[in-house]
Write a protein that binds this ligand. Sequence first.
Ligand code: PLP
Length: 402
Amino acid sequence: DNKEERLQYFMATPALMNTYGTRAATLVKGEGAWLWDDKGKKYLDALSGIAVCGLGHSHPSVAKAVAEQASVLTHCSNFFDIPNQEELAENLCAVSGMAKVFFGNSGAEVNEAAIKMARLFGNKKGLKLPTILVMDDAFHGRTLATLSASGSRRVQAGFEPLVSGFARAPFDDIESLNKIAENNPNICAIFVEPIQGEAGIRIASDGYLSRLRQFCDEKDWLLMLDEVQTGNGRTGKYFCYQHSHIIPDIVTTSKGLGNGVPIGACLASGKAAELLQPGHHGSTFGGNPLACAAALATITTIQTEGFLDRVSALGERIMSGLRYELADLDHVKDIRGLGCMIGIELTKPCKSLFSKAMGKGIIINVTADSVVRLLPPFIMTDDEADHVVAILAPLIKAFKKD
Ligand code: PLP
């Protein structure tokens, strides 16, 4: 009978779309830097849910803030004033030197906001086809505009036609900009990650951001930074651009902002601060009371005295441990990082290191095929950090081929 057939179908076919391939384990619990699977096996987390849970799992003040807020008011829509949304915006502006905030729910979504703002800016200037300069190998998200802005064919293939209005430059190459600007009078903004995360923890040279700032000022372009991954303390400053002592016109962030509760922010300053006006943009959930409670608890913790110094020290400890253990190995090309954003580049694809590490009870990631990426939670102890090195280094040493 029909009902029986439907039942058979649902039992045989997973109900989830297969966007993530085979999952490595079923995680059911987290505390601090540790995660547990459904069989009771425990893992030391050196990934933080891809740069999200900087404060670790089940952080007491985030958990308390979320539980308390959920029992009072979870959501009310942006038709109404939301006091903790305003408080979070003020807090973000104070920590960043920016002037205004728009809240969304994810990295891609706040990047869309930034892209729309650049278009408003270009259209106001009277440009025919406002164009944003983006970088080779960039990653800005999976929506149509953000995948078009991204520099990887893997993200774009099959989703053509791409969104127009993007031009491309090599990352970390100031010299290329003059020529690109000459050839394209429609450019009105540069959108760039201060460190390219998905592309393999590629760190721009010293002075790159300040020279971009100068270039954008000369051309009257917006400097827009994607700090979805690098923001919220990850590199040892609240935002990565703060290492360079500049202020961008627009900066986006998400991931670590709510320590696991979805929230994103698009911050603007100077000539970008007043671009968005009523009717231009919106989000049903963006900055709702629940998400803002989580983010406020998170940002307050990150602002605790000495917290960001600890992020730097922790990252340094892991990096120097790895450098010591992996010195002089032919297949280790580079070990680099800033704060708790670390990449170990091998000379060959190394995806299989992920499951080898899982087998040994640590969670790592491999990105750009051949870069082991570590994004540990900031609350990791020295012993836990040493444990990551002690487990990972022998795996990398022994690694011969995928
Ligand atoms: N931008 C950067 C730099 C990212 O690293 C990511 C995610 O990895 C995104 C944007 C997209 O964020 P989300 O997955 O929250 O849409």
